[in-house]
Design a protein around this ligand. Structure first.
Ligand SMILES: Nc1nc2c(c(=O)[nH]1)N[C@H]1C(S)=C(S)[C@@H](COP(=O)(O)O)O[C@H]1N2
Ligand SMILES: [Mo]
Length: 414
C-alpha cells in the first residue's frame, strides 16, 4: 500500500510538471494558468461556484467566510471537500443510493460480521451536530508556509449527521470487544480502482465523540461526494479520520502504520506526551514516527470572526462583531474575548447559544466605534483553560496542521 501511495505521488508530480510545461509553452503561467482551473460547480455537481478550488485532482475546495456567515448549518452546496483519493463517479452532492453497500466489522471482536447500509438504516439512529474541519485549515497562515493544500479559513463547516453509533451497532449485533482493542482502523472502499485510504482513531471516540457510521447529513441521505452511502463520523475530531465511503472497521491493539496515519496527519510531540504540539524551528524538517508525533485527532480550540468580513465597510456607531467558537466538545467553551485595539484590552463577548457540545458557539460583541480603520481580534477559552495563541506560529509544524492562532480582521467604520 505504501508503494502505491508513493507511485500516486510521483504520478501527480509528473502530471503537475507536464501541466506547468504545457502552460509555460502557451504563455499561461501565473494568472492565466489559475484561470484554467475548473470552478467548484464544474468539478462537483451541486456545489456553489463561490467555493474556492484548491486542487481538481484529487478534488479539494474550500468555503469562504462569507458563505460560512450566511447559514447556521453549512449546506451541502457550501461545504468544503477534501479528497486525498477521489472515488470515480461520485462528484455530486446527490445521494449515492446503494442499499447493499457492505461494511465489514472485524479484528479484536468475538464475532466479526458484515452489515449492509440497508440493515444499518433499520437500527436506532442518532443525530449529532459537529464542526467538520480539515486539520490543514489555516495552513497558509504559518510562516514559512508549509507545503500542502493552501487552505485559508474555509476548510470547515457545521453539519448535522445522522447514523448508527458504533456502540449501538456492537450492542445490536451482540458483539463484544476484546480488552486488547485500543484503536479503530477504518478503510474506505476501493471501488472503481480507487487507491486505499486507511485511518485510525483511539477507541475512546466511541465513548466521548459519539463515533457513528453516518448515513445522513443535514436531514438528507449523505451526499455522494461527502462519503455517501456511509462514512465514519466522530464528533469533535479533525476531518482526516472521518473516513468517507467506509467499507471496513477493524478493532486493533495499535494504530494503523499506513502512510495516511504516519507520517501524514501528525504533529510533533515529546515521546510519551500527547499534548501540546512540540515546538519546532519554523522551516525545519521533522522525521515523523508513531512515537515522536501524534495524529490529528481531537479538534483544538478555535474561533472565527464572521462579521464584519475582512476589508468591508460598516456603519458606526455600534458595530456588532459576530463569530463562532468551538473545541473538541469535551468541556464547554467558557468565553470569547474581543479586542479592537491590537490586543491592548479585551472585552467578553456574549455567547448567544451553541448547537450542542460539538457544534459552534455563536457569539456577539457590540462595540462602540467612531469612524476609522479597525482590526478586530477574537480569542476563545474553554472550561479547562485551553485558549488560542496570539501568535499562531508558535505551533509551526512542518506539515502545517492544527492552526488556531487568533484571527485578525481589518474593516472600516463610516
Ligand atoms: N475515503 C476518504 N475519506 C476521507 C478523505 C479521503 O480522501 N478519502 N479525506 C479526509 C479528510 S483529510 C477530510 S478533511 C475529510 C473531509 O470531508 P469532506 O470532503 O466531506 O468535507 O474527509 C476525510 N475522509
Ligand atoms: Mo483533512
Amino acid at each position: 500500500m505504501t508503494k502505491k501511495f508513493a507511485e500516486n505521488a510521483i504520478d501527480r508530480r509528473l502530471f503537475l510538471k507536464h501541466t506547468a510545461v504545457a502552460g509555460a509553452a502557451l504563455g499561461l503561467m501565473g494568472r492565466g494558468l489559475a484561470q484554467q482551473q475548473p470552478t467548484a460547480d464544474q468539478l462537483v455537481r451541486g456545489k456553489n461556484p463561490k467555493l474556492v478550488v484548491l486542487s481538481s485532482r484529487p478534488i479539494v475546495m474550500e468555503s469562504t467566510l462569507e458563505l460560512l456567515a450566511s447559514e447556521r448549518i453549512t449546506s451541502k452546496a457550501n461545504l468544503f471537500i477534501r479528497n486525498n483519493i477521489d472515488l470515480p463517479g461520485l462528484n455530486t452532492t446527490e445521494p449515492n443510493v446503494q442499499p447493499r453497500w457492505e461494511i465489514e466489522v472485524t479484528g479484536l471482536v468475538d464475532k466479526p460480521f458484515k452489515i449492509t447500509v440497508e440493515e444499518l438504516s433499520r437500527l436506532p439512529q442518532t443525530e449529532v451536530t459537529t464542526v467538520l474541519q480539515c486539520s490543514g485549515n489555516g495552513r497558509t497562515f504559518f510562516n514559512p508556509r508549509p507545503s500542502g493544500n493552501p487552505w485559508t479559513y474555509g476548510g470547515i463547516g457545521q453539519v448535522v449527521w445522522r447514523g448508527v453509533l458504533l456502540k449501538t451497532l456492537l450492542e445490536a449485533k451482540g458483539v463484544k470487544l476484546d480488552p486488547r482493542a485500543r484503536f479503530i482502523t477504518m478503510n474506505a472502499s476501493t471501488q472503481g480502482g480507487a487507491l486505499p485510504y486507511e485511518k485510525s482513531f483511539p477507541i475512546s471516540v466511541m465513548e466521548y465523540n459519539s463515533a457513528m457510521i453516518a448515513l445522513g447529513m443535514n436531514g438528507e441521505p449523505l451526499p455522494a461526494v461527502h462519503g455517501g452511502p456511509a462514512r465514519l463520523v466522530a464528533a469533535g475530531t479533525f476531518g482526516a479520520p472521518n473516513v468517507k465511503w467506509i467499507s471496513k472497521i477493524e478493532f486493533a491493539a495499535g494504530e494503523s502504520t499506513g502512510s495516511e496515519q504516519v507520517p501524514r496527519y501528525r504533529v510533533p510531540i515529546l515521546p510519551g506526551w500527547n499534548l501540546p504540539i512540540l515546538p519546532t524551528e519554523p522551516g525545519s524538517r521533522y522525521n515523523y514516527t508513531l512515537e515522536n508525533s501524534r495524529s490529528n485527532w481531537g479538534a483544538n480550540i478555535n474561533s472565527f470572526i464572521l462579521s464584519p468580513l475582512p476589508g468591508s465597510t460598516v456603519k458606526g456607531r455600534i458595530v456588532e462583531v459576530r463569530g463562532v467558537a468551538w473545541n473538541d466538545g469535551l468541556v464547554p467553551i467558557e468565553s470569547i474575548e474581543v479586542s479592537v485595539n491590537g490586543g491592548t484590552s479585551w472585552r467578553k463577548a456574549i455567547i448567544e447559544g451553541n448547537d450542542g457540545k460539538f457544534g459552534w458557539y455563536r457569539w456577539v460583541s457590540p462595540q462602540l466605534l467612531a469612524p476609522g480603520e479597525y482590526e478586530v481580534m477574537a480569542r476563545a477559552t474553554d472550561a479547562v483553560g485551553r485558549t488560542q495563541p496570539l501568535n499562531g506560529n508558535i505551533w509551526w509544524n512542518e506539515r502545517g496542521y492544527e492552526w488556531n492562532g487568533v484571527m485578525r480582521v481589518k474593516f472600516r467604520v463610516t
